[in-house]
Design a protein around this ligand. Structure first.
Ligand code: ATP
Length: 218
């Protein structure tokens, strides 16, 4: 496949950022804002997963993770929390969530974000080749995930679909790299710090709510 042509931008766009958010951290917020601003998206929806297929179910309930996401977005313009996966029974596959959204918004281009760690494992995702066609995929670089270490298959995917991260390059089946600096934030690091009794104030806007919940202490 050759590099896609740059065509007219779509009429309507919606940003999608799914994740475990166990819990939400400042890295997530910085990425959601960057997605919104880079592509001039009127809205970016953060969608906490219910039961993630790629990892053991987090001990913290989907509703609790959703509530923190909601709380963290207070006052953020254009960033919203969507509870469709939290309400779903059974595993949550991104390909199904995007299809559901696309059905509800047939004329809208879904501009969906994943981190480079997720992209490295994309071929293990449910119907991953369909996923490539589900919208415009945006990848955020992440410390420890080197583009040169991608599998041959994913290197080809990226080479054939990558377009600049700009509004007039948006289109279904295309991929852009989000122009953000590498950010060391991770939910694992936050949980470990909390369990060690260390300060997490600089890591998440909902530090106080997390501390008060008493979760992640062991
Ligand atoms: P954990 O440490 O528990 O794996 P996480 O910090 O990766 O959690 P998730 O909720 O799993 O958080 O992430 C949601 C999405 O955000 C994923 O696609 C992940 O790759 C991406 N992401 C999270 N933190 C970063 C970061 N610092 N840089 C780039 N992408 C990130």
């Amino acid at each position: 496949m050759s590099t896609p042509d740059i065509a007219m931008p779509p009429k309507a766009t919606l940003g999608i950022f799914g994740g475990t958010f166990d819990p939400i951290h400042n890295g997530h917020l910085i990425l959601a804002r960057a997605l919104r601003d880079t592509f001039a998206l009127p809205e970016v929806r953060l969608i906490p997963t219910g039961l993630p297929p790629h990892r053991p179910a987090p001990p913290v309930s989907p509703q609790q993770r959703f509530d923190w996401v909601n709380q963290a977005l207070a006052g953020e313009s254009g960033l919203t929390a969507d509870d469709r996966e939290v309400r779903r029974d059974g595993y949550c596959y991104t390909v199904d969530t995007l299809a559901e959204l696309q059905q509800a918004l047939p004329d809208t281009l879904l501009v969906w974000l994943i981190g480079a760690d997720s992209f490295h494992h994309l071929t293990t995702w449910q119907r991953w080749t369909d996923l490539l066609e589900a919208g415009h995929m945006v990848i955020a670089a992440r410390p420890g995930y080197d583009w040169t270490k991608l599998s041959e298959e994913l290197t080809r995917v990226l080479q054939s679909r990558e377009v600049p991260a700009q509004t007039d390059a948006l289109g279904k089946g295309r991929i852009s790299i989000l122009p953000t600096p590498l950010m060391p934030f991770s939910a694992t690091d936050l949980r470990e710090k909390l369990a060690r009794g260390e300060d997490i104030n600089g890591l998440t806007p909902v530090a106080e709510a997390i501390r008060q919940s008493g979760l992640y202490l062991t």
